[in-house]
Each structure stands twice: as structure tokens, then as C-alpha cells.
Design a binder for this molecule. Structure first.
Ligand code: BG6
Length: 508
């Protein structure tokens, strides 16, 4: 007899094509002329409109420093859509409808007068489009401008919810530049609005395979019983990029890969891989589960930083047959820069599930291949010879997963052969996978914050990496910064470290 499985609370919305519809709102995009807005946010909003997820009343208000007219903003948006691989050839009818939703207000973040004009425009779109006083303020700004924008929005009353109307704030990463600034920003935001209206963006949480982690782990019976120290030898999380700093040398010099990728994106993925089952799928329960496991992450002591972490910086090399300069030759980078473009951290959790299981987390620019994946390596079975069982979760590209195991090769002799069961989203569903930003912007419009980052978790991320940032940023620092050739898999020190643990990176 089959016993009834305890059920988790149903997700907050059922997605059945365009039947998921948010309430009308005005979406105010601060930093509307910036790179992220052009490459990701405006194309994502267009796709949502094209696919019928945006109610016809919803509007988009671009707010940025250039003194553009609404017409110029529409023309710039059209250009961004043309360039976006996500939008394909722009559909003329959809564009006509979309462009009618676009408004623009020149905005100097420190000018009270500009917020007053934004307020007038919001009232106008409420009247003319029927946005019902619902507002999303999206801060796609340099982190140094976040606090000022929040203060003005709060003081002018723009972020106040009135009656049945709501207002939400989305803050792009980086959220602060260290623990102190992140804490201060959280306190500052909470002075004007409560946490339930704050959405901290981490676009990795919108990727299909990252969202799939919840389903994979908790909807299947076959993985969770094995998901612990009894059965898992170690876990590798890799985010390898072939791109360099892409003209963002100035920003990257002050950031480095730990701030840019590890503190946020990879720690979020790690939390989803390592957490206990949430009590249900409500945002609070998922945030609580992530927070609980991250609280048990072992702190980085000077000894652990020396022996369990590696940093590197790319030198010149070849990527896909093309010569590329080294990091120190990039525009905006100091010729003697000590900023890390590669880092690997050995994370450990002091809890009953994971005691003794290392999680190797690494990320780097200008590596051999673009790949983001989680590899769960299982312990050997009693007759194992050769390659261990591995579960590969491919976050990008070619989203999907593969389970590698040994089988007997045909023939009389018993020879083990390593094979894989491979699932690819592209082959199975044959549909386009929505971009992370499309999913997350829609979630925010629906008021679902499960895949955003709660205040305590963002602070915990900083708390964990601060000792590393301090050790590596110190002027008296004697820890090596290994150079690696662009187009390689990063510093050899990262492979050596795993070898000393009797393990190897998966680089196939
Ligand atoms: C951003 C980082 O958050 O993520 C970039 O600032 C990085 O440096 C990018 O290239 C990677 O995102 P994706 O979605 O291309 O893996």
C-alpha cells in the first residue's frame, strides 16, 4: 500500500501560459539608459508584454540622467529590442502597443524636484492608463546611489502604499559593497518601508535550472534520500565565463569576482543545493530554509583562507582561437592591479546533513568555456572502479541535467563503462526558456518574492566573504594571487588544492 506523502503548500500561482496576469502597475526604471536596462530589463518587459503577461494598463517609466524626450526614449528602447537576442525581429503590432506604454522622466538622483516631477507623471499614468496607484520602483543604479534614491522616494511619499494600491522596491545587485554598507542600506530602506515590499534582485535565482532545484530535490523521491554526508562525497559549483570585464574595468577593479559573483549568485545557488526542505513553498519558508543552512556555514579563518581558498587573475591568452589581453591591460585597470578575476572557496557546513562534505565553489572570467553547473559527486559503491556517480546540474548553457553511473560493457568480461542519463530542456520541451529577468520581473509584479533575496540572507552572504575580502584586500597581504592564462581553467593552484583532497574538478 502506498502511504500518502506529506504535501507541501502549493506554489502561490499556477503558471498556465498567459493566464498568469499581474495587476496593472507603473514600473519605474531608474537607470533606464544604463547597460543592464538596455540589454536585459527593457527586453524582458517587452517579452512579458508580447506574451500577454502584462495587463494592457501597465506602463513603464524610464528615469535616467540624460534629458531625453519620451520619443527619444522610445527610439532608444526600440534599438535595444532590435539588438537583444531575446526579442528576435520585433513584432510591429506588439511594438506599437508596447511603445504606447513607455514614458520617460529625466532624473538626477539627488534632485528633489525630479522626484516631484516623477510623482506628477505617476498620477498622470494612473489617470490615463489606469495603473491604479500600483508602483514598482526598480533601482538599476550604482550602489553608491541606492540610499539617496530610497531617501527621496520615501520622503516624497512615492513609495507609500495607499488604500488597496501597493508599491514595491527592487534593488539590483550589488546590494552594498561589504557587510557594513549592506546592513546600513537595509536599515535605511526599512526606515521607509517594511521588508515585505523589498525585492533584492539576484538574477541567478530566475534561471530555469536554479528554480528547478526546488522541484528536483523535493518533488522526486530518488534524490533527497541520498542528499547527505552518507552518500555524497563532495559538491562542485562552477561558474566559468569566457568574457573578460567587457569595458567595466573601473567597476571591476573595486569589486573582483568574490563581490561580483560569489557573494551573491553562487552563494544563492549553494543555499538551494544545501538547504533542508522548506516547510512549504511560501517565500518566507524558502528564505528561512536558505538562511538556516547559511548560518551553519563555517566561517573563513586566516588558516582556512590560506589553505582552502585560491584566487587568480587572468593574463593574456587565447579564447576560441582569438588573442585576448590580460586583466592588467584592460581599460580602467591598474597595471599592478591585485583584483582577483578567479576565486575558489571551499565551503563547509557544520550541520548533521553535511558534516565532512566540502562544497567547492569557483568562478572566473576568461576561462576556457562558458559553463555554470553544479556537480554532485557520490561516494563509491562497493564494486566501484573508476568514475564515481555524479549528478550534473547544468545551469547554462544547454540547461538540463545528467546522471553519470557505471554499467557493464557488453561482453563476457566484467568491464565497467561510464554512461549518462541526460535530460536537456531544449530536447524535451522544445520551447524557448524565458530569461531570468522575465521571470523575476513578473514575480515582483505578482508580489511573489520567493526568488528574491531577503535582508538577512544578503547580510549573511557578506558576513561569510568579509574575512576573505579583508585578507585579499589588505596591503600587507602575502597570500598568492596566481596568474592564469586567458582561455585556461584558472590557476593551477585550484586544481592542486582539490588534488590534495584526493579529488578533481569536473572539466569535461
Ligand atoms: C553579473 C556580473 O551579475 O553576472 C557579471 O556582474 C557577470 O560580471 C554576469 O558576467 C553573469 O551573468 P550570466 O547570467 O551571464 O551568467
Amino acid at each position: 500500500m502506498q502511504s500518502a506523502a506529506p504535501q507541501m503548500e502549493a506554489p502561490q500561482y499556477e503558471e498556465t501560459g498567459a493566464s498568469v496576469r499581474a495587476e496593472p502597475c507603473a514600473f519605474v526604471l531608474f537607470g533606464a539608459s544604463g547597460d543592464l536596462a538596455r540589454r536585459k530589463l527593457l527586453p524582458a518587459l517587452y517579452r512579458l508584454a508580447l506574451e500577454g503577461y502584462l495587463p494592457p494598463e501597465s506602463t513603464i517609466i524610464g528615469a535616467a540622467l540624460p534629458r531625453l524626450t519620451p520619443e527619444q526614449f522610445r527610439a532608444a528602447t526600440r534599438e535595444s529590442l532590435e539588438r537583444s537576442p531575446e526579442c528576435g525581429p520585433v513584432d510591429e503590432a506588439a511594438w506599437r502597443a508596447f511603445s504606447r506604454r513607455l514614458h520617460y522622466v529625466p532624473m538626477d538622483i539627488s534632485s528633489a524636484e525630479d522626484y516631484r516631477r516623477l510623482g506628477l507623471l505617476l498620477e498622470q499614468v494612473d489617470r490615463e492608463h489606469g495603473t491604479r496607484g500600483n508602483r514598482i520602483f526598480y533601482l538599476s543604479l550604482a550602489p553608491s546611489l541606492h540610499a539617496e534614491a530610497v531617501r527621496h522616494l520615501g520622503e516624497t511619499g512615492l513609495t507609500r502604499s495607499r488604500g488597496r494600491s501597493w508599491s514595491r522596491l527592487v534593488v539590483e545587485k550589488p546590494f552594498g559593497t561589504d557587510l557594513e554598507t549592506a546592513r546600513a542600506l537595509n536599515q535605511h530602506i526599512h526606515h521607509y518601508m517594511d521588508e515585505s515590499r523589498v525585492y533584492r534582485m539576484d538574477h541567478y535565482l530566475g534561471k530555469e535550472m536554479v528554480q528547478n532545484l526546488l522541484v528536483l530535490r523535493f518533488a522526486n523521491r530518488i534524490f533527497e534520500p541520498l542528499w547527505d554526508r552518507e552518500h555524497i562525497d563532495h559538491v562542485q559549483i562552477t561558474s566559468a565565463e569566457t568574457v573578460g570585464v567587457e569595458g567595466r574595468g573601473g567597476y571591476y577593479e573595486g569589486a573582483g569576482v568574490v563581490r561580483d559573483m560569489l557573494q551573491n549568485h553562487l552563494l544563492q545557488v549553494l543555499a538551494l543545493v544545501a538547504m533542508e526542505p522548506p516547510s512549504n513553498l511560501s517565500p518566507e519558508a524558502v528564505h528561512d530554509a536558505k538562511m538556516r543552512v547559511m548560518r551553519s556555514a563555517r566561517a573563513f579563518t586566516p588558516e582556512r583562507i590560506r589553505t582552502e581558498c585560491v584566487r587568480g587573475q587572468y593574463g593574456p591568452g587565447q579564447i576560441a582561437g582569438r588573442s585576448v589581453p590580460g586583466y592588467r591591460q584592460e581599460a580602467g585597470v591598474a597595471p599592478d592591479s591585485r583584483t582577483e578575476t578567479f576565486a575558489m572557496l571551499t565551503m563547509r557546513f557544520d550541520n548533521p546533513r553535511w558534516a565532512g562534505v566540502p562544497f567547492y565553489v569557483r568562478s572566473g572570467k576568461r576561462l576556457e568555456r562558458r559553463v555554470t553547473e553544479v556537480v554532485v559527486q557520490f561516494k563509491d559503491g562497493p564494486l566501484a572502479q573508476g568514475t564515481p556517480n555524479q549528478l550534473h546540474l547544468r545551469i547554462q548553457p544547454d540547461e538540463g541535467m545528467a546522471l553519470r553511473f557505471a554499467t557493464k560493457a557488453p561482453g563476457r568480461a566484467v568491464r565497467h563503462h561510464d554512461v549518462a542519463l541526460d535530460f536537456r530542456y531544449g530536447d524535451t520541451f522544445g520551447t524557448r526558456l524565458a530569461e531570468a529577468y522575465e521571470r523575476l520581473l513578473l514575480d515582483c509584479m505578482l508580489g511573489v518574492s520567493t526568488h528574491y533575496v531577503r535582508n538577512d540572507l544578503v547580510e549573511r552572504g557578506w558576513e561569510l566573504v568579509m574575512p576573505i575580502l579583508e585578507a585579499w584586500g589588505s596591503t600587507h597581504d602575502e597570500l598568492p594571487l596566481s596568474s592564469y592564462a586567458a582561455g585556461s581553467w584558472g590557476p593551477t593552484a585550484a586544481s592542486r588544492l582539490l588534488e590534495t583532497h584526493g579529488r578533481r574538478w569536473n572539466e569535461t
